[in-house]
Design a protein around this ligand. Structure first.
Ligand SMILES: *[C@@H]1O[C@H](CO)[C@@H](O)[C@H](O)[C@H]1NC(C)=O
Length: 285
């Protein structure tokens, strides 16, 4: 091959690959002794779980605000007892966390998508949903928009949950601790499926969940060495998601999800909070 042909081939390869997320560049496998795998030149990541262990990975970068998309295809068939967690989390005893957790089920029975938000080490803000599709049949996009005013959880572009900054009501909001992306697949058959009634059937192991098309291209990458965020740079392009809010259409979609697919909302669980619902629940949804 002539060198100019080679250069053209290399630059074409770069154009195709440089802008798509690559699991080798963006993530480290953190546990599972070979059960987590990066495949197809970095385009695909799989986690697996068997009786001896689950597995997990985390992002190389820490982020302080961002729009972060990931496509997941969950454990198919009888996934009862398994939990696939995909979340952002900071470190320390007063950590912040933004959670998606997928609770498996018997074949044909619905997964539960469990969400939570921790600020300064305090969570107890669960909302749970069924999905309007089978999340184990295909890849679907799960997104978090995290900006100083709100956190928006979306599924295939449909917002399912908004957690607003209600610091004016005295509710801490995650806005100063950088977070890493984490994911893991593990056995939680003491609580995951029908509250722990349905156990993991190990004859179906290994269980596998798959990941594709990670995109955090415009997210604010935190540098711990300089204690600054890539978004603070004056040369960085303006990020529309940094001030994104739900417009009327998105609010309508969110209401559709809440009315048809929401199965638990901590803000409706007055038995659980005999001293009164958390302050943020007083603000109209
Ligand atoms: C599993 O299916 C049962 C029966 O439809 C349902 O009650 C439950 O919410 C489903 N999901 C989980 C994770 O238990």
């Amino acid at each position: 091959m002539g060198s100019s042909v080679l250069i053209t081939v290399v630059s074409l390869w770069l154009m195709v690959h440089a802008f798509a997320g690559n699991f080798y560049n963006d993530f480290d496998i953190t546990w599972g002794d070979g059960r987590a795998k990066i495949l197809n030149n970095g385009d695909l990541l799989t986690l697996s779980l068997d009786k001896a262990s689950g597995s997990g990975f985390q992002s190389k970068n820490e982020y302080l605000f961002g729009k972060i998309d990931m496509q997941l295809k969950l454990v198919p068939g009888n996934s009862a007892g398994t939990v696939t967690a995909y979340y952002l989390s900071s470190k320390g005893s007063t950590w912040d966390e933004i959670d998606f957790e997928f609770l498996g089920n018997l074949s044909g029975d619905p997964y539960i998508l469990h969400t939570n938000v921790f600020s300064q080490g305090k969570g107890n803000r669960e909302q749970q949903f069924y999905l309007w599709f089978d999340p184990s049949a295909d890849f679907h996009t799960y997104s978090i928009i995290w900006n100083p005013q709100r956190i928006i959880f979306s599924v295939d572009g449909t917002p399912i949950r908004e957690f607003k900054n209600e610091e004016s009501l005295g509710v801490p909001f995650p806005k100063s601790q950088p977070m890493r992306i984490h994911s893991s697949l593990w056995n939680a058959d003491d609580w995951a499926t029908r509250g722990g009634l349905v156990k993991t059937d190990w004859s179906n192991a290994p269980f596998t969940a798959s990941y594709m098309n990670f995109n955090a291209d415009s997210a604010c990458v935190w540098s711990s060495s300089t204690s600054s965020s890539s978004c603070a740079s004056t040369t960085s392009a303006p990020n529309p998601w940094l001030s994104e809010e739900l417009d009327t259409t998105s609010q309508g979609r969110l209401n559709w999800v809440r009315n048809n697919y929401m199965i638990y909302d901590y803000c409706k669980d007055s038995k659980r909070f005999p001293q009164g619902l958390p302050s943020e629940c007083s603000v109209a949804k």
